[in-house]
Write a protein that binds this ligand. Structure first.
Ligand code: SF4
Length: 405
């Protein structure tokens, strides 16, 4: 298919696809799905080989959030029966992190519910980062604490944080439909603050919230412009007790197309399959490893994942290998701080916003790639409610039970 050949060539050159090409990936038919996976897999292997990076979530503070993000089981007014607890102590968080690291993870993601941290919260998290780093040499720590105020990113960096996560989640045009208590611009600002402080920026999206293909492409192109080092791709877990509980639109095929599109647009970035992996990809999870080079091991913030042992077996069975602590995740140009998806567009240093704007199909003189007709067969599977696949987390951080790792 001309489209896929074009996208592979661009991916290997870190060249931005056109929006038309990205949309065409989402519109491919089920008959073409394995070709799409194979093509995006070439780009994935070029930049990341067969390595899979394992990340481990520690929910430092669960529920009780004053914000109203519709997708979130911890939101204001959520009646989801999730664990609710306030800040874990540094030794409790360190113990949970150690379980994930023993299971093969190389990055620990410290997450707290809430609009954003107070300075006192930054102190607490700084103590936790130090506790984890003191006990686990070489571990990467990512903090995810919400919107940052001036100076907080710098303080987290000084405390030893390697990365900061804050997702854009959806397109700017639809952000107000998902959340009203903060804005898309607030989110962009925090990603930029993290970047400017020298933290590795992690920012991604949530698919399955009723968005259009154009919305998905919009948010992925916005991410490319923000130039994070890692892009978590979440698939909505429609929690009972949240406004999006009935949004069961995703199919495994749709998830694979979305991951392929993200890989083509962000070819040299750590693309992580995040929440909803088991719920929506189900038995197709191993195919997704050909697209993403990173997953979460074990459980998520408020829901349970498959057993950590099953994650490891899946990786081995699919012919991939867990990335070791001594291996560098990112390609050399990124690991060295170069960032930037597009060589020709990258001239900025440090916190500059990189990544060229989406170019019209004809701007380079190339012929527009062939756009296949959309197949509706797996674009959605409306009405297929699978609440049986959603298990609220009842073990690990905030409980007396051992973590899943
Ligand atoms: S996503 Fe974060 S800010 Fe939004 S409701 Fe959930 S915990 Fe609160």
């Amino acid at each position: 298919m001309d489209l896929l050949n074009t996208l592979v060539e661009k991916g290997l050159r870190r060249e931005l696809p056109t929006r038309e090409e990205a949309l065409a990936v989402l519109a491919t038919s089920d008959d073409d799905l394995l070709d799409v996976v194979a093509a995006a897999g070439k780009v994935r292997r070029h930049w990341f080989g067969r390595r899979v990076k394992l990340n481990y979530l520690v929910n430092l503070k669960s529920g009780l959030c004053p914000e109203d993000c519709s997708y979130c089981s911890q939101r204001l007014g959520s009646t989801a029966g999730i664990l609710k607890y306030t800040w874990l102590k540094p030794d409790e968080a360190s113990k949970a992190a150690a379980a994930g690291l023993a299971g093969g993870a190389k990055r620990v993601c410290l997450v707290a519910s809430g609009r954003g941290p107070t300075d006192r919260d930054v102190d607490r998290v700084s103590d936790t980062i130090k506790a984890i780093k003191d006990q686990n040499e070489g571990v990467e720590v990512c903090a995810c604490l919400g919107l940052l105020s001036d100076g907080q990113a710098e303080r987290l960096r000084e405390a030893g944080a390697d990365a900061y996560n804050h997702n854009l989640n959806t397109s700017e045009a639809t952000y107000g439909d998902i959340t009203t208590t903060h804005t898309y611009a607030d989110r962009v600002d925090t990603v930029q603050k993290a970047h400017a402080a020298g933290l590795s920026a992690c920012s991604g999206l949530i698919a399955g919230m009723g968005e259009s293909d154009e919305d998905l492409v919009d948010v992925v192109y916005s991410l490319r412009e923000l130039d994070p080092d890692s892009v978590p791709v979440n698939f909505l877990i429609p929690f009972e007790g949240t406004p999006l509980a009935k949004e069961w639109h995703l199919t495994p095929q749709r998830c694979l197309r979305i991951l392929a599109m993200v890989r083509f647009v962000c070819p040299d970035v750590e693309v992580r399959i995040a929440g909803g992996r088991e719920v929506h990809l189900r038995t197709m999870q191993p195919l997704a490893l050909h697209l993403a080079n990173s997953i979460f091991l074990g459980d998520y913030l408020t829901s349970e994942g498959q057993a950590g042992k099953a994650d490891l077996e899946m990786i081995a069975d699919a012919g991939f290998e867990v990335e070791g602590a001594d291996e560098v995740t990112l390609p050399e140009h990124r690991a060295a701080g170069g960032g930037c998806g597009s060589e020709s567009a990258c001239g900025s240093e440090g916190g500059g916003v990189c990544g060229s704007a989406p170019a019209p199909a004809s701007s380079s003189g190339e012929q527009p790639a062939q756009v296949p007709q959309s197949s509706q067969s797996s674009q959605a599977d409306p009405g297929q409610v699978r609440t049986d696949l959603v298990a609220v987390r009842r073990r690990g951080a905030g409980t007396d039970l051992a973590p899943n790792a």
